[in-house]
Design a protein around this ligand. Structure first.
Ligand SMILES: Nc1ncnc2c1ncn2[C@@H]1O[C@H](COP(=O)(O)OP(=O)(O)OP(=O)(O)O)[C@@H](O)[C@H]1O
Length: 140
């Protein structure tokens, strides 16, 4: 019997010249597959369980110009994972609901809060937590 991992790793191929995906990949999205298909397949199940009270994280990792902003933010005509998730959350929640959102970037080993104006931004400290049930590090 296979045990499902709590972490899923996906690769989005931008061009056919990209190098082959790493072996530990759960799913490869081809250049023909849309952000919406990626969202429905990978992110939506996490968004649904988040509304049910579970913690979930979706993050994009890749070298510069590999498509992180394209995938996560998208554009007016092609919304990315973040606007699609926000829309689904507000379609799903009913009555009173506490929703917390943070928006961070890790760049050159510096963590920044993207919800703070860039001129006021200071690097966030990484603190370890003693509660092993939570993630092993938190930003604050
Ligand atoms: N799947 C895709 N299909 C079409 N165009 C794409 C795709 N992914 C990225 N692009 C285009 O490639 C360019 C670089 O993408 P993007 O800005 O998302 O990269 P990035 O990983 O966020 O880069 P950086 O780390 O420098 O911020 C953009 O012009 C974007 O529109």
């Amino acid at each position: 019997m296979t045990q499902e991992s709590a972490v899923k790793v996906c690769v989005r191929v931008l061009t056919v010249k990209d190098s082959p995906p790493p072996l530990f990949t759960d799913r490869v999205f081809t250049a023909q597959e849309t952000t919406n298909q990626l969202y429905q397949n990978i992110a939506k199940p996490l968004v649904v369980s988040t509304v049910e009270g579970y913690n979930g994280t979706i993050f994009a990792y890749g070298q510069t110009s590999s498509g992180k902003t394209f995938t996560m933010m998208g554009s007016n005509g092609t919304p990315g994972v973040i606007p699609l998730a926000v829309e689904d959350v507000f379609q799903t929640i009913k009555n009173e609901f506490l929703l917390r959102v943070s928006y961070m970037e890790i760049y050159n080993e510096t963590v920044s809060d993207l919800l703070v104006d860039s001129w006021k931004r200071k690097p966030l400290e990484v603190r370890e937590t003693i509660n092993v049930r939570q993630s092993s590090a938190c930003f604050g």
